[in-house]
Design a protein around this ligand. Structure first.
Ligand SMILES: Nc1nc2c(ncn2[C@@H]2O[C@H](COP(=O)(O)OP(=O)(O)OP(=O)(O)O)[C@@H](O)[C@H]2O)c(=O)[nH]1
Ligand SMILES: [Mg+2]
Ligand SMILES: [Zn+2]
Length: 506
């Protein structure tokens, strides 16, 4: 079972479109003169690196969706050298054309270009982890195989650690009223970790068709009291899908929740929705959405999700148009919840970023049960409860103690008379304990050091004080050398002194 936490590391608060813009600017000034390394199946020639966004990752590979205009620039800037002739092959019309060039030109005319990439060893060494949603530079493109290397990861607007996702601007939490049933403590944990990301949070309650109407309404009322207007949803009947699609339009959202609640089913339902006019999507999102958050998403190529929207390019690559169509149509895998315990089967295994035909990006993520709250700062926990924020805002007084934890202190303006008070106290205890443990671990870490031994085995050794520390051979050598120099100097001084004495005697 995965234990996940939605945590945001704000690196820089810039819009996602600004991120594209910055990344592109850096590119154009960067290695336009850089010679591409010659791979086993492609020719070397100078070309601008390509800019793309990671849409999924698995093991050591990531799939990067490349911006078509970037492909165009790449193809235009590339010098197709005489070496390319070695890659010649016959086309259908009998003419002989360089396979790489032909494949690259064909990519330009496509609406969507995905490259299977490996991450450069250097980035791994620098521990620059590539996340789904990252804007990256790729080079060493093999157009025939549709493969490349990721050479650079661009600045992020947000980074969620678990499920790992970069640059998203909205969190959609999904629960189902039944199958699996809502657990209060679990819902509260998800809400708190989502709030801690600093991103706007939307809550959807799915499987309305299976739930008792009174029960669904009771939950909606309850979470409204917590500060969340939940979307009632049934993906089986289509109820509520349109209004949720409207909320997602033009945003780059992460959908998270327990396994089996219908996250992947939602994506499949939205994929079947009518595509919208993308040019109006950014503006409509800001005007129609009740949230104050209105980032314009990067303009990615629209995927061809319906046969009538498929580009009719003659593809000269390894994948023909029919195969490509199938790949793009492939729905997200879903499976029935367990009959025994009514829980999901952890069907989705990887984070995948998908473009919605209704406008916007949605990342499907693996379901999980209990988000970890270990990394949360106990002092900030209160901020992640809208009820506490509201009580403080609406009160004309302040809590008596400046460092009030809003649990038991006299003169607290929040008090104990609110629905999630017990949940808050429980989480606060847990977060405080985790912080203490972390501190203790930190002190322990200071007292030990980790050593990598033969075969990659990591050993732990006590960190010794200076006087107990064994000297390395180099230190011994250096110190021996210093001793020898001192001795020489001393001998020289002695000789000089002897001569002086002799001179004086003379
Ligand atoms: N009756 C009913 N079934 C639904 C609804 N939404 C989803 N399901 C079913 O619930 C099951 C689980 O759906 P998934 O989409 O796989 O759930 P998930 O959240 O992606 O699960 P993981 O990938 O395991 O995290 C599937 O059998 C769906 O057909 C709904 O609104 N009503
Ligand atoms: Mg799924
Ligand atoms: Zn207080």
């Amino acid at each position: 079972m995965m234990t996940l936490v939605v945590r945001l590391t704000r690196l820089r608060h810039v819009s996602a479109s600004a991120c594209w813009h910055n990344a592109r600017r850096r590119f154009s000034t960067a290695s336009s003169t850089r010679k591409e390394r010659r791979g086993s199946s492609f020719a070397s020639a100078s070309a601008k690196p390509l800019l793309g966004q990671v849409v999924t990752s698995q093991a050591n590979f990531v799939r990067v969706l490349v911006e078509p205009s970037s492909v165009q620039e790449y193809v235009a800037s590339r010098e197709w050298t005489a070496d390319d002739a070695s890659l010649d092959r016959s086309n259908e019309d009998g003419s002989v054309e360089d396979a790489q060039r032909s494949a690259a030109l064909s990519a330009v005319t496509e609406g969507r270009v995905e490259l299977l990439c490996v991450v450069r060893a250097l980035l791994k060494k620098l521990e620059r982890k590539v996340l789904v949603g990252d804007f990256v530079s790729v080079s060493d493109v093999d157009w025939v195989q549709r493969s490349a290397n990721v050479t650079e990861v661009h600045a992020r607007t947000s980074a969620i650690r678990e499920p790992p996702l970069a640059n998203c601007n909205h969190v959609l939490l999904m629960f189902s009223v039944v199958q699996p049933t809502i657990e209060e403590a679990q819902l509260v944990r998800f809400l708190v970790t989502a709030e801690a990301s600093g991103l706007p949070v939307t809550l959807a309650l799915n499987k309305a068709d299976l739930a008792d109407a009174d029960e669904l309404n009771a939950w909606k009322e309850r979470v409204a009291g917590w500060g969340y207007g939940a979307f009632g949803l049934s993906l089986a009947t289509g109820e509520g899908v349109d209004s949720l699609a409207e909320r997602l339009r033009g945003r780059y959202s992460l959908v998270a929740g327990p396994s089996g609640v219908g996250k992947s089913s939602l994506i499949n339902a939205l994929k079947c929705a009518q595509p919208s006019d993308t040019s109006s999507s950014a503006t409509s999102s800001s005007s129609s959405s009740s949230s104050s958050f209105s980032l314009a998403i990067p303009k990615l190529p629209e995927p061809s999700l319906r046969p009538d929207l498929m580009t009719t390019t003659t593809m000269t690559t390894t994948m023909d148009a029919k195969e490509k169509e199938l790949v793009e149509f492939a729905p997200q895998a879903v499976s029935h919840v367990s009959l025994r315990n009514g829980r999901g089967r952890h069907t989705t295994r990887n984070v995948t970023l998908l473009q919605l035909p209704t406008g916007g990006l949605l990342a499907d993520t693996p379901g999980f049960s209990y988000p970890s709250i270990e990394d949360l700062d106990p002092k900030k926990l209160a901020n992640y409860f809208p009820e506490i924020r509201r009580a403080i805002e609406q009160s004309d007084k302040r809590c008596t103690f400046a460092n009030c934890s809003h649990t038991v202190e006299p003169g607290c303006v929040v008090g104990a008379d609110w629905d999630r008070y017990e949940n808050y106290c429980t989480l606060l205890r847990e977060v405080r304990q985790a912080a203490k443990d972390q501190k203790r671990r930190g002190r322990r870490e200071e007292r030990v050091k980790h050593m990598t031994r033969a075969g990659g085995v990591v050993g732990v050794e006590a960190r010794l004080d200076g006087k107990h520390r064994r000297r390395s051979r180099r230190q011994v050598r250096q110190s021996d050398m210093k001793d020898a120099m001192d001795l020489l100097q001393q001998e020289e001084n002695d000789e000089e002194e002897e001569e002086e004495v002799l001179d004086w005697r003379r």
